[in-house]
Design a protein around this ligand. Structure first.
Ligand code: NAD
Length: 486
């Protein structure tokens, strides 16, 4: 049966006033799985009003301890409904259970606990000062909620990335309006059921489903929204930032990347191969932190290429609930077209194809899904399109380098600066190179090791601001100074 995915506004699941829906497909089979309500002005206005009213009601005056307890309840209820979230997320995205079970769903719930703890342990600053008339004044800072926060999120890790923003926003006492990606709408609405079940007051968590160019546009322009936190493409981030200029509203942008991996000839080869296999191919390459440019020191170049090829050739492509699947399809037919156009462009520009480069032969129900092959190229120069632009597919280009200085320059020669990896057994070299790489995150001999208390965000075109741990409090609260003359 085809399901309906609705908006969740003011504690109610509703369809659009105009009755519009759009289709949502299973990426593994291209079968229609749901009809999704398409939000326009009416729904965005209703969500903003609900979110504003909630700030004036029970939620706005709730004690911090009660809010924290509610956040823990949300996480516990998500754990209880683990299988529902797992099913919904893997159907929308096509990603294997093996990934979603270990990353997406547990992290979705953890985001509520981590930020509840962060808020609980947040300290206030205090400064005592002498006054001109010989007395003393005391300054102290106080955090207050920013207000109504719009959360606009992407499709690659839908629940994880959405709760990464909703968690801290609610912990800080804000209300939210979430606009998930149109291709992965379901877990955001499912979270509405959780909020309702554990007694989060109505209007605190709102979801307006819809397309970016329609619903996202209306939401980001709405002057009742006090700040926007966005994850997605850099070009969309630019539009959101422009929208935020009107009304001088705060914006946090987590954007695209073209992340380098640097493999020195003194690395532990097995470690470098295993981690790079994950960083290139995990989630079918649809990870903002994933590697698309690999630089390998010349002495080990051929060995590395051959070993990564061997790993890629063994990846099992399959439907989400098949426990042997390593890799699912891409998220949508439009995204597959985009990735395949890059596959073609790489060859047009003279790449040497090491493996992949096309569409795999899938059988039965899977033959109409949005599959692409894990792909590796060599032989391109640094100005080639697939070396410069973010592909967001299961692919990488591998280039040789000779010196440390040369590879630092190659790694930094990008409009992006989100994440990078370095493989070497020389600790001095690791520190030296890490300090010179222009990216928000540098992993040494690892990838995707995430401590949620650490600052997360990108340099250059990869974003503005840092979220994570107490850094999230900077965005989700207004810091007020109170000065009392004694
Ligand atoms: P996208 O920019 O197309 O869409 C992201 C969200 O913005 C969606 O909800 C979409 O509907 C909405 N949107 C689109 N146009 C809009 C507009 N004009 N106004 C308002 N909202 C609009 O991105 P995507 O394709 O969903 O996600 C992939 C991109 O996200 C990649 O570039 C990836 O690198 C990036 N990403 C970055 C991070 C990070 O933490 N830096 C994490 C995940 C993904």
């Amino acid at each position: 049966m085809i399901k309906t995915v609705q908006h969740y506004i003011n504690g109610q699941f509703i369809n659009s006033q105009c009755g519009e829906f759009f289709d949502n497909y299973n990426p593994a089979t291209n079968e229609l799985i749901s009809k999704v309500a398409l939000g326009r002005e009416f729904e965005v206005n209703a969500a903003v009003k609900a979110a504003q009213d909630a700030l004036k009601g029970e939620w706005g005056s709730m004690k911090l301890n009660d809010r924290i307890a509610l956040m823990y309840e949300i996480a516990s209820e998500m754990d209880r409904r683990f299988d529902d979230f797992l099913e919904a997320e893997t159907l929308d995205t096509g990603k294997p259970y093996s990934i979603a079970r270990h990353i997406d769903i547990p992290r979705g719930a953890a985001n509520f606990k981590v930020f509840a703890d962060t808020m609980k342990s947040a300290a206030d600053e205090a400064y005592r000062m002498d006054t001109p008339d010989g007395k003393i004044a005391m300054n102290y800072s106080m955090r207050q909620a920013k207000g109504v926060i719009a959360v606009i999120s992407p499709w690659n890790l839908p629940l994880l990335l959405m709760t990464w923003k909703v968690g801290p926003a609610l912990a800080c006492g804000n209300t939210v309006i979430v606009k998930p990606s149109q291709v992965t709408p379901t877990t955001t609405s499912l979270l509405g059921e959780v909020m309702s079940k554990v007694g989060v007051p109505k209007g605190v968590y709102n979801v307006v489903q819809g397309k970016g160019s329609i619903t996202g546009n209306i939401l980001s322009a709405h002057q009742g929204v006090n700040a926007i936190t966005f994850t997605g493409e850099t070009s969309t981030g630019e539009l959101i930032m422009k929208a935020c200029a009107l009304g001088v509203r705060d914006v946090s942008l987590e954007l695209g990347g073209k992340n380098p991996a640097i493999i020195f000839d003194d690395c532990d080869m097995d470690k470098a191969i295993n981690e790079t296999t994950r960083s290139v191919f995990a989630n079918s390459g649809q990870v903002c932190l994933g590697t698309e440019r690999v630089y390998v020191q010349r002495a080990i170049f051929d060995e590395f290429v051959s070993k990564l090829k061997d790993k890629a050739s063994k990846l099992v492509l399959g439907i989400q609930h098949d426990e042997s699947s390593d890799m699912g399809p891409l998220v949508s037919s439009a995204h597959r077209d985009k990735v395949l156009s890059y596959y073609k462009k790489a060859l047009d520009e003279g790449a040497k194809l090491i493996i992949g480069g096309g569409v795999p032969t899938m059988t039965g129900k899977l033959k109409d899904g949005y599959w692409v092959e894990p792909t590796i190229w060599t032989g391109l120069n640094e100005n080639a399109t697939v070396v410069k632009e973010e592909v967001f597919g299961p692919c990488c280009h591998i280039a040789p380098f000779d010196t440390e200085e040369e590879v630092i320059e190659m790694a930094n020669n990008s409009p992006y600066g989100l994440a990078s990896t370095i493989f070497t057994e020389n600790l001095d070299k690791a520190h030296r190179v890490a300090s010179k790489i222009d990216s928000g995150i540098v992993w040494v001999n690892s990838w995707f090791l995430r401590d949620l208390r650490t600052p997360f965000g990108g340099m250059k075109g990869s974003g503005i601001g840092r979220e994570g741990g107490h850094h999230s409090l900077e965005f989700y609260t207004e810091l007020k100074n109170i000065c009392i003359k004694m």
